[in-house]
Design a protein around this ligand. Structure first.
Ligand SMILES: NC(=O)c1ccc[n+]([C@@H]2O[C@H](COP(=O)([O-])OP(=O)(O)OC[C@H]3O[C@@H](n4cnc5c(N)ncnc54)[C@H](O)[C@@H]3O)[C@@H](O)[C@H]2O)c1
Length: 339
């Protein structure tokens, strides 16, 4: 099989970040063939036709699966639709890439993984930020021992502002405040800490912004935290907040036994003690390369190259967030089903 034999369809051609175009362009760069788009919004189907003249368009997933010869389906819809749409496509014998997050709950991830196995098809998640220059550079320094062994990682994004009026602010649709950027930040942390998850604690605050949003009783948490303990003693403290008046200077602060590494989108800073002084060295991160994701998908489907973003890998951050949500409600730490 050649990459051009892999015909590609997307479900969801949204306008917020033009992600349908992004995915089809990267799939085409990897040699695969854009063939179809399924969208419930007719205006977005028109946009797809302009971007890819001659592309097949469908107003539902069922119609696309019935009439189109798409071999790989990419799901780019709001989070609560990922699991049902993926199950529909996997059970129709199609390979599936789901935008992050893979799903909202561990049980949904389990059902998707089982369906992929049963139907002998591939399931992966678009963890494009696995190839961010920031994490590639951080891993290089951490593996070289620059900051010693990792003791803890603080991963925070915060502001003091009303959530935007979109589906990402609905708990039912999005999964919660931690399910957008939180999933990316956890995936960075899981690359940095090579150990088993032993315990998760969650905290959540609700109700401050809800009265001012369209979702009212279903608005995301104002702030949520997931603290993850690992088998080697390290821990991650992930927080996404709309109550933060003192945002942190970097996306990740990685504290090691010999120094601290600050990781942000475009820059890093290594802070080490030298002869009784604190030395700070700043640098720029290399560019991100998201084309690697679809190159690996094409290599996997054509030559059985090992899949880099396996569904089991993509389930790890979801399992953490699912446990953190339950832990916040129960008020106690929880043990994982998957480590
Ligand atoms: N990896 C990244 O860097 C990145 C960046 C942006 C968005 N995302 C992810 O992409 C996904 C979509 O986000 P977005 O910003 O594109 O949202 P969006 O609201 O712009 O687009 C979603 C689209 O899905 C369509 N849709 C909804 N249900 C559908 C269905 N059942 N069948 C067909 N179409 C359907 C909507 O009409 C809409 O056009 C989310 O999972 C989000 O987290 C990832």
């Amino acid at each position: 099989m050649k990459p051009s034999d892999i015909t590609v369809g997307v479900i969801g051609y949204g306008g917020a970040f033009n992600m349908g175009k992004h995915h089809l362009e990267l799939a085409a760069q990897a040699g695969m063939r854009p063939l179809a788009v399924a969208e419930i919004d007719p205006q977005r189907l028109d946009a797809a036709k302009k971007d890819f003249p001659g592309i097949e368009t469908y107003s539902s997933t069922s119609a696309m699966l019935k009439k189109s010869d798409v071999k790989l389906v990419i799901i780019i819809t709001p989070h609560n639709s990922h699991a049902p749409l993926a199950l529909q496509c996997l059970n129709a014998g199609r390979h599936v890439v789901v935008e992050k997050p893979l799903a909202i709950t561990t049980a949904q991830c389990d059902a998707m993984i089982a369906a992929a196995k049963k139907n002998h098809v591939m399931l992966s998640t678009y963890h494009n930020r696995h190839w961010d220059g920031s994490i590639v550079e951080a891993l290089r320094h951490v593996k070289a021992g620059t900051i010693g062994s990792i003791v803890r990682i603080e991963a925070h994004i915060g502001s003091y502002a009303k959530p935007a009026d979109w589906w990402r602010s609905s708990k039912k649709i999005s999964g919660g405040i931690l399910y957008d950027w939180g999933v990316h930040l956890l995936e960075y942390c899981l690359q940095l800490i090579n150990a088993k998850i032993t315990e998760v604690v969650g905290f959540a605050t609700r109700g401050v912004w809800a009265p001012f949003t369209p979702y009212k009783n279903d608005t995301n948490e104002d702030e949520a935290t997931a603290i993850v303990r690992f088998s080697n003693g390290a821990f991650v403290n992930l927080r996404i907040s709309h109550l933060d008046l003192n945002p942190k200077p970097a996306l990740l602060e990685i504290t090691g036994t010999k120094g601290t590494y600050l990781m942000d989108h475009s820059w890093f800073e290594i802070i080490t003690p030298q002869n009784g002084k604190t030395v700070r060295v700043r640098g720029n991160n290399p560019p991100s390369d998201y084309s690697q994701f679809y190159k690996n998908i094409a290599d996997h489907l054509t030559h059985h190259a090992p899949l880099i973003i396996t569904p089991e890998w993509a389930r790890r951050p979801i399992h953490i967030l699912d446990l953190a949500d339950q832990s916040a409600r129960k008020g106690k730490a929880l043990k994982p089903k998957y480590d």
